[in-house]
Ligand binder design. Structure first.
Ligand SMILES: *Cc1c(COP(=O)(O)O)cnc(C)c1O
Length: 445
């Protein structure tokens, strides 16, 4: 009989994982913070949020932090604040969650997709410059699946072409690139803090910047209650105080900011343990054929933050061409729950970015105000479109518990070393691997 569980062998994972995957960690401190908001009827206020912003800015190392109702809203405000207006273009990696770029349509702007680097899975700096056009205003950098983007190269390109840089830190809060915190490289950074993320407080987003001008212009779209003459120094904004210029309402729910204040106190310490656990998992798998770590060299001061949405590289050529879907099935059969093949689909392949006329302009929204057909640049995104067959999710350990981590590592190793037994009835990869979004509620431990 085969050793592989999918062919009738014993499972590699036999222990109950307990709270190994439960996230975020909620204690009575979080509970009391939320109850306090409820008892004070302070759900819709701003006092706790402003306290959270102050602490967050201190932790982030920026002058300003501005809380939002979602990461999506914070990123839209970041785009507006760096000056994205009708007809302007941003360059964004094609592989990311949609909210790194889709809101640009609401500003009358559009998106040019760039390819990803096959190792970091972040925007490939070598694929940016030839996509710059006369209306390109900004580069949207995503530190994807916790891996920092190559900021030295990106900042050099931005400087050379006079482009703004927005960092989407939704996957990598607290991570560092060469010792410097992610979110402090660009003109502005914005991020989701929703429950599925590494910094997880409920529906919420945060924008951070060192620029007073950017901070104020980020505030006017939807923070009407703070858009007042006392707060605002920018002359172009002063005449419009009192009402939200975007017609939006973007303040953070105070149950989220109250949880945020508590989570912030413990966040770095919890991430250190996550990185210890995840690095241990990868150390155990070093040299196993077919799989490679998606991680950084921590000795250079570049870290995987809270290792949000942990993924691996898959190298089918080393496993006789075994399909990634068959590989993942076999690992799941070993007792590994919650993994899947692929990651975010390349956004350029979705019909919204090809044909949708969202605002009734009589032509696709993507090119409604653009001075070139930016869709033509989608034809050359090979790494983004091939990603699904070359990456899979791995367990996202929250605690350093070596015996359990060893069982999980063994599951992957066992499948990789016995791959030949899986080739015979491998149906091959389906046409589409991956998805547009992944959040699922964590099962209660
Ligand atoms: C989750 C996410 C967002 C959007 O944040 P929400 O808080 O869900 O609105 C933006 N960008 C990326 C990369 C994300 O993963």
């Amino acid at each position: 009989m085969s050793e592989l569980a999918i062919l009738g062998g014993k499972k590699a994972v036999t222990s109950d994982p307990g709270d190994m995957f439960t996230w975020p960690i909620i204690t009575s401190e979080d509970e009391e913070a939320v109850l306090n908001v409820l008892h004070r009827r302070a759900m819709s206020g701003t006092d706790i949020t402003m306290q959270f912003e102050k602490e967050f800015a201190k932790w982030q190392g920026t002058e300003y932090a501005l809380g939002f109702s979602s990461g999506t809203a914070s990123l839209q405000a970041a785009m507006y604040a760096v000056g994205i207006r009708r007809g302007d273009e941003i360059i964004c990696p094609s592989v990311t969650y949609w909210a790194s770029c889709m809101q640009v349509f609401s500003l009358g702007g559009t998106v040019v997709f760039a390819d990803i680097d096959p190792d970091s899975l972040c925007i490939d700096p070598k694929d940016i410059e030839h996509r710059i056009g006369p209306k390109t205003k900004a580069i949207m950098v995503v530190h994807y699946l916790s891996h920092p983007a190559d900021m030295d190269a990106i900042m050099a390109i931005a400087k050379k072409h006079n482009l703004k840089v927005i960092e989407d830190v939704s996957h990598a809060q607290g991570g560092t690139y060469k010792g410097k915190k992610l979110g402090t490289f660009g003109d502005v950074a914005a991020m989701s803090l929703m429950t599925g993320k590494s910094f997880a407080i409920g529906e919420a987003g945060m924008l951070v910047t060192n620029s007073r001008e950017i901070y104020e212009h980020a505030l006017v779209l939807g923070h009407y209650e703070r858009f007042n003459a006392k707060e605002i120094e920018s002359e172009d904004l002063k005449p419009y105080c009192g009402l939200p210029m975007g017609g939006y309402k973007y303040r953070m729910h105070q149950m989220s900011s109250a949880v945020g204040l508590v989570q912030l106190k413990h966040y770095d310490e919890r991430c250190v343990e996550i990185r210890k656990a995840m690095n241990y998992f990868w150390d155990l798998l070093e040299g196993v054929p077919g799989i490679r770590a998606h991680r950084t060299n921590e000795a250079e001061g570049t870290t995987m933050a809270g290792w949000y949405c942990a993924h691996a590289h898959y190298v089918p050529e080393e496993l006789g061409g075994l399909s990634i879907t068959r590989f993942v099935q076999a690992v799941e059969a070993e007792g590994v729950d919650g993994i899947y093949a692929g990651a975010n689909n390349a956004l350029n392949t979705h019909a919204i970015f090809k044909t949708a006329d969202i605002y009734g302009d009589g032509k696709p929204t993507r090119i409604a105000y653009a001075d070139r057909d930016v869709r033509e640049l989608d034809s050359d995104l090979p790494n983004s479109e091939a990603l699904g067959a070359h990456t899979f999710a791995i367990p996202w350990f929250k605690h350093y518990r070596p015996e359990i981590i060893e069982q999980y590592a063994n599951a992957f190793k066992k499948v990789a070393l016995n791959y030949k037994e899986l080739l015979a009835d491998d149906p091959g990869n389906p046409d589409n691997i991956g998805g547009w979004h992944f959040f699922k509620h964590t099962k209660k431990a």
